[in-house]
Design a protein around this ligand. Structure first.
Ligand code: GLN
Length: 446
């Protein structure tokens, strides 16, 4: 199976550019060990998959899509990587991504953009665009990703695959390169909810090396799938169906909801009144945390170092100026600004307060419904280059995914149809730690 996927990667990845590194020899050796019965005989024995290049993989380049880490060979495995390997999974390679997971189109990668397999003139979404596109193109049956503000759900939607972002704290962040630590969460992509259930089940669970990882049993997601959603109350947030939702996408989502109703679910209109605060809240908090997390890349300890520094300041500033791309530099500047004395209360503290309002909206909604459904994005994939010079229009991509991220809730994107040959995703959200409910609803729908 691994050989089959390696061959497909060699044949088809050229212009899709979904991978930064291919680990052919390592994958063959891992797969042979499975065949020989000398490898871990776990539930995923022999399953080939791709890791987003944000997950440290021992002995393999882990670039995070950045020139800054182009020379970084990870000295250890991220917990998610180690757990998947212990379950028997075979690593085919490392997926392309937006630089430090900052982006919604995969165009900020140092390694060039990923192309959408459904139409190569279009973006695959981001930041886990390489993972989503690789699964869509059949270069791997599954892939890992991370979602800070939508980076699993949005590319899953734009590439027409299934993706799940679990509850914040469900998957360990140990060895997952930090972007915005209070939001970052690992998850996965596959071609079905059932496959996602198997992969997530192997990745999730408590890890003492991540202080925000929650100590709570992981149910057997796959075994619990029965496809029965009779009587499930599904909230439809009015704010997610307002102006801005493109007509074709709306039609696909309406049809998906009618199908859920046909399966016995009960749609109910709900309110998430602070939805319109999510973009401004997120784009204060995420850059603030990023500016702090990315301070470690100083040209001294690891990563890119400029040539011939004249003194320490020159070393810092030139290494960072050369190592980070424009979007990362923009986020660091915004983050440093909102955290600075005099602006901290006006921006950062305010954003923490509005974050709470957004989370409280969900708590109120989930008192009455079991799941929430709506669109993932306002429209299907856009053209490569279309939003590159307009960061605000790029950020507005995230209107429907950011609120759940700010609240730490689990979410999925499930393929729901096409508009002019480009996929549309249905977003499903559940209360904290109800990944099983999400996966089962997606499974019933599929
Ligand atoms: N598009 C959002 C951003 O650029 C979300 C990215 C993510 O989830 N990693 O920050």
């Amino acid at each position: 199976i691994a050989a089959h996927y390696l061959e497909r990667i060699e044949r088809h990845d050229g212009d899709l550019n979904t991978l930064i590194s291919v680990c052919a020899e390592r994958a063959r050796a891992q797969a042979e060990a499975v065949d020989a019965g000398t490898a871990a005989d776990g539930p995923l024995a022999g399953l080939p998959l791709i890791h987003k290049d944000i997950f440290c993989t021992e002995g393999v380049k882990t670039s995070c899509g950045s020139r800054m880490l182009d020379n970084f060979i990870a000295p250890y495995d991220a917990t998610a990587v180690a757990r998947l390997a212990a379950a028997g999974a075979v690593t085919l390679g490392k997926a392309n991504m937006d630089e430090f997971a900052m982006g919604s189109s995969n165009e900020t990668s140092y390694y060039g953009p990923v192309r959408n397999p459904w139409n190569r003139d279009y973006v695959p979404g981001g930041s886990s665009g390489g993972s989503a596109a690789a699964v869509a193109a059949g270069l791997a049956p599954a892939a890992t990703g991370t979602d800070t503000g939508g980076s699993i759900r949005q590319p899953a939607a734009l590439c027409g695959v299934t993706g799940i972002k679990p509850t914040y704290g469900r998957v360990s962040r140990y060895g997952m390169i930090a972007f915005a630590s209070s939001l970052d969460q690992g998850g996965c992509f596959a071609r079905s909810a059932e496959d996602c259930a198997h992969v997530l089940g192997a990745m999730a669970g408590f890890d003492a090396r991540d202080s925000t990882c929650v100590e709570r049993d992981v149910p057997d997601y796959a075994a619990a799938l029965d496809g029965n959603i009779r009587g499930l109350r599904i909230g439809l947030p009015k704010q997610y169906f307002a102006d801005g939702l493109e007509a074709g996408s709306r039609a696909a989502i309406d049809k998906a909801i009618a199908e859920l109703e046909g399966l016995g679910a009960e749609p109910v209109e709900i309110e998430l009144p602070h939805t319109d605060l999510a973009v401004s809240t997120y784009y204060v908090i995420a850059p603030a945390e990023a500016s702090s997390n990315l301070a470690r890349y100083d040209g001294v300890r690891y990563g890119h170092r400029c040539a011939d520094p004249v003194d320490l300041d020159d070393l810092y500033s030139r290494s960072r100026a050369e190592g980070f791309g424009r979007e990362v530099q923009r986020r660091i500047m915004v983050g440093a600004y909102v955290l600075s004395a005099g602006y901290y209360d006006a921006y950062y503290v305010k954003a923490q307060q509005t974050r709470r309002l957004i989370a409280d909206d969900f708590t109120r909604a989930f008192a009455d419904v079991d799941l929430i459904a709506g669109p993932v994005t306002q429209a299907p994939a856009f053209r490569l280059g279309e939003k590159l010079d307009d960061p605000v229009s790029m950020y507005l991509n995230d209107v429907y995914t950011l609120p759940a991220s700010l609240a730490g809730l689990p979410g999925m994107s499930v393929p729901a149809g096409f508009v002019e040959g480009l996929p549309v995703g249905l977003q499903l959200l559940a209360p904290w730690f109800e990944e099983g409910r999400l996966l089962n609803a997606a499974h019933a729908f599929q």
